[in-house]
Ligand binder design. Structure first.
Ligand SMILES: NC(=O)c1ccc[n+]([C@@H]2O[C@H](COP(=O)([O-])OP(=O)(O)OC[C@H]3O[C@@H](n4cnc5c(N)ncnc54)[C@H](OP(=O)(O)O)[C@@H]3O)[C@@H](O)[C@H]2O)c1
Length: 216
């Protein structure tokens, strides 16, 4: 299984304004790169915060390729039926909710309950479920909270961080990780950098810290 996280951020480490608007931090080159990533994977995973804030389609439109399955982590089952991720376009859709949460089902959406502790579902269990469903190449597309949870759980093989030449000066941070006191506790990542248009892609290799996925 291969799991890639992606974040499009400003030079000052923001993924959205204070009001949650993020369309679009990245310019055409960064967006095309995102669509290329989508076309390479079996499934895109987002948190419900992104689905509510952006109402994204999560389809492949800017490059040739097949749209992957769409997976929304929504432990409380908050996402409205009319959300674009649920549109009936023949692409597989999975609604991940916490065990015991009842959602009104849609015919085209599979509802998969997973155990949650204090509303938190272990990212490893989400990957085990996706692997069992035959979805082996996964893109965790956002937002900050969701990507950070996968990163903290050592569930990412790579992180594609694209920095746009924008300064927001305020807004939502790219990562939500445990606070540290000393610089030597900060993660210094193994990266390759690429210039795409006027944006910089940091292709971060996290494989050394990645936890193994044990079959369910
Ligand atoms: N620039 C970019 O690359 C980019 C990409 C995507 C989104 N965005 C922006 O980011 C913002 C949304 O990001 P966000 O960090 O606020 O939210 P988010 O990551 O999209 O969603 C977070 C929510 O998803 C649920 N969730 C995710 N993982 C979970 C887990 N392992 N267990 C249980 N619940 C889990 C929780 O829902 P509950 O709250 O119901 O518990 C959590 O609060 C928006 O403003 C959007 O525009 C930017």
């Amino acid at each position: 299984m291969v799991v890639i996280g992606q974040i499009g951020q400003t030079m000052d480490g923001r993924i959205a304004t204070v009001t949650g608007q993020s369309k679009y931090v990245n310019g055409p080159a960064g967006l095309t790169h995102l669509h290329q990533l989508r076309a390479l994977v079996d499934a895109i995973v987002i948190g419900v915060g992104t689905a509510l804030a952006d109402n994204p389609q999560l389809t492949v439109r800017l490059v040739h390729g097949k749209s992957p399955a769409r997976v929304v982590i929504d432990p409380r089952g908050r996402l409205p039926h009319q959300s674009l991720v649920w549109q009936d376009d023949g692409v597989r859709k999975i609604w991940v909710v916490a065990d015991g949460v009842n959602v009104q089902r849609l015919p085209q959406v599979e509802v998969i309950p997973l155990p949650a502790i204090d509303g938190r579902i272990d990212p490893m269990q989400i990957l085990q479920m996706l692997s069992a469903e035959g979805l082996q190449r996964v893109l965790v597309e956002g937002g900050a909270d969701t990507v950070s949870r996968f990163m903290a759980a050592k569930c990412l093989d790579r992180l594609h961080l694209i920095v746009a030449p924008i300064v927001m000066g305020s807004g939502r941070s790219s990562f939500h990780l445990h606070p540290i006191e000393h610089m030597d506790q900060a993660q210094r990542l193994k990266v390759q950098t690429h210039l795409i248009g006027n944006e910089i892609l940091f292709d971060c290799d996290l494989q050394q810290q990645r936890s193994a996925i044990t079959p369910v």
